[in-house]
Write a protein that binds this ligand. Structure first.
Ligand code: NAD
Length: 345
């Protein structure tokens, strides 16, 4: 296990700190006595002890201004996967990450922790207990994932760059928890429109959902493991709840917890996937004439109907990671945090 060094009063920056994961990370870092700067294209809250820098991570000068006297950088910014905007993903996740690395080396930052994603190895077919040594997806399921792969490669390859930058990538999967603007709100919105009646496939596929506090914990352990010569530099780590769950059981538990009915009618996976693919191709062909973005995408169908859960033994061994909040408890806390989404509210 790598030696862990508390950074004392050192200052860190969270790029993407206004987002769902970013804000949870910022709050935990403050609890642990770090001074925190947030760099983001938007400011979504105010907190004592946090300095906000509004800017685009593709702008090196703006980054350099925010990284003064910073020794540790967390990079958890990305355009939302749902935007499905190839150009934007390439600009922010690939070129922007290159800019982040350059800015870190120029500003004398010691450590860079990237929020990658376990989906960098997912091609839309089953992954059971996948380890970090699985090859990157040759056919990533969407542009978002394609650029997350390149982003991770860039950050891991930067280990030792400049004056000895230390880098590590955390690969979470299915982050959930209070204030997530995606998973629960979209689920409830779909249920309210009467469209959460169907289970895609036979409903037995296991996946990882990871409570946000555990993901934050993994990030901080990864950062604190980085010391000159440490073996964690240049490595990727799966961070999960270590408790794979049936995708449809998880969805049902959240829905029922908020007063909605669980999905109950089964649809064959191949049929639904084929339809989603057709719709996606249609949107592509018609793009010059009409622009529409189907919400029912092959990627969403694959995520809902296949196995995708990951082994986090490497994080346990190298970082001393173990989930702090159980899946059950995480679901309870999440459901309680959305009173306004409860049925009838
Ligand atoms: P989020 O959308 O809530 O947060 C992302 C933040 O990045 C936002 O505040 C946004 O304003 C900021 N941002 C986007 N483009 C920027 C730019 N050009 N310059 C500066 N800031 C910019 O997303 P999240 O769910 O908190 O995800 C955080 C990270 O975790 C992302 O890297 C994502 O790929 C990764 N991840 C998320 C999940 C999940 O289930 N949510 C799973 C695996 C990996």
């Amino acid at each position: 296990m790598a030696t862990r060094v508390r950074p004392g009063n050192k200052r860190c920056a969270v790029i993407g700190g206004s987002g769902f994961l970013g804000r949870h990370l910022v709050e935990k870092l403050l609890d642990r006595g770090y001074g925190v700067s947030v760099f983001d294209i938007r400011q979504s809250y105010e907190l004592p002890g946090v300095t906000f820098h509004q800017g685009d991570l593709c702008d090196k000068q703006a980054l350099l201004a925010a990284l003064k006297a910073v020794s540790l950088v967390f990079h958890c910014a990305s355009p939302a996967p749902a935007s499905d905007d190839r150009e934007l993903f390439e600009r922010v996740n690939i070129h922007g990450t290159r800019t982040v690395i350059e800015a870190c080396t120029e500003a004398g930052v010691q450590k860079l922790v990237l929020t990658s994603s376990a989906s960098v190895v997912f091609e839309g077919t089953d992954i059971k207990n996948g380890k970090e040594d699985l090859a990157y997806a040759k056919n990533p399921i969407d542009y978002y994932t394609e650029t997350k792969i390149e982003q991770e490669k860039l950050v891991l390859a930067a280990c030792g760059k400049g004056k000895g930058l230390l880098t590590v990538a955390v690969r979470p999967h299915g982050i959930f928890g209070p204030r997530d603007p995606q998973l629960v709100p979209i689920l409830v919105e779909t249920a309210r429109r009467g469209k959460m009646k169907f289970i895609i496939g036979d409903g037995t596929n296991l996946v990882d959902f990871t409570y946000v506090e555990n993901v934050v914990h993994g990030h901080i352990l990864a950062a604190e493991s980085l010391t000159p010569g440490s073996s964690t530099c240049g490595k990727a780590y799966h961070i999960t709840n270590d408790d794979p769950v049936r995708f449809w059981d998880f969805m049902s538990e959240v829905l029922v917890g908020l007063g909605y009915k669980a999905p109950r009618y089964r649809l064959p996976y191949n049929l639904v996937y084929g339809l989603a693919l057709l719709l996606w191709l249609l949107a592509l062909i018609l793009r010059p004439l009409v622009s529409f973005k189907p919400t029912f995408t092959p990627m969403r169908v694959a995520l809902a109907g296949t196995y995708h859960y990951y082994n986090c033994d490497r994080a346990k061994h190298d970082l001393g990671y173990k989930p702090l909040v159980s899946l059950k408890e995480g679901i309870v806390r999440t459901v309680q945090s959305y009173p306004h989404l409860r049925r009838g509210s």
